[in-house]
Design a protein around this ligand. Structure first.
Ligand code: AMP
Length: 192
């Protein structure tokens, strides 16, 4: 299995790059943000539960997020691997992912690729994306900045989890999409 964790703050390009990697390695992208938005759009019980967190740009509680991920994996079994986009976002989630991959597939995260982008570029990118994405959390600059703050307060620390496992690689996330895809591919080739 090739299990890639695409890591980085909101707007660092995880979703864009996940699409390319999904195609190239034939491993499905799993975006917890997309799964939550699907639930919001379809007005499910889960959607109602997570709406207030997402509207504020706050993280949804770990248990809710991890249970949704487990359900999704159960419904989409793939022995080839996965590209995790936007999960894990806390140390508890990183620990849960290790456990899930071990128990379900007798496997583990292959590599964590962390896209590094300066905060002000993130804000610019997200405001720009908001013009076309229709995402409420991409339109309001305060919510965008709150999401970036959540990243530094709760998510950045996850680096330590993967550094300890020797699975942490930082990639400069500023440049053309093609250049960044190439850098990611170079790093992935090392673990294939
Ligand atoms: P994203 O599309 O990855 O930017 O996620 C959008 C929003 O969904 C986030 O601001 C959070 O409210 C929620 N979310 C997505 N993934 C997670 C996660 N792994 N843990 C907690 N909340 C999440």
């Amino acid at each position: 299995m090739l299990n890639i964790v695409l890591f980085g703050p909101p707007g660092s390009g995880k979703g864009t790059q996940a699409k390319f990697l999904e195609e190239k390695y034939q491993t499905p992208q799993i975006s917890t943000g997309d799964l939550f938005r699907y639930n919001l759009k379809n007005e499910t019980e889960l959607g109602a539960l997570v709406k207030s967190y997402m509207d504020k740009g706050h993280l949804v509680p770990d248990e809710v997020t991890t249970n949704m991920l487990i359900d999704h994996l159960d419904n989409n079994p793939n022995t080839n691997g996965y590209i995790f986009d936007g999960y894990p976002r806390t140390t508890a989630q990183a620990e849960a992912l290790d456990k899930i991959l071990a128990e379900k597939y007798d496997n583990e995260v292959s590599i964590t690729l962390a896209l590094v982008v300066d905060d002000e570029i993130l804000v610019e990118r997200l405001l720009d994306r908001g013009k076309t994405s229709g995402r409420a959390d991409d339109i309001d600059e305060k919510i965008i900045r709150d999401r970036i703050t959540e990243y530094y307060e709760k998510t950045a620390i996850v680096a330590e989890h993967y550094k300890k496992q020797g699975k942490w690689i930082e990639i400069d996330g500023v440049g053309s999409i093609d250049e960044i895809t190439e850098k990611l591919n170079t790093a992935i080739r090392e673990v294939l």
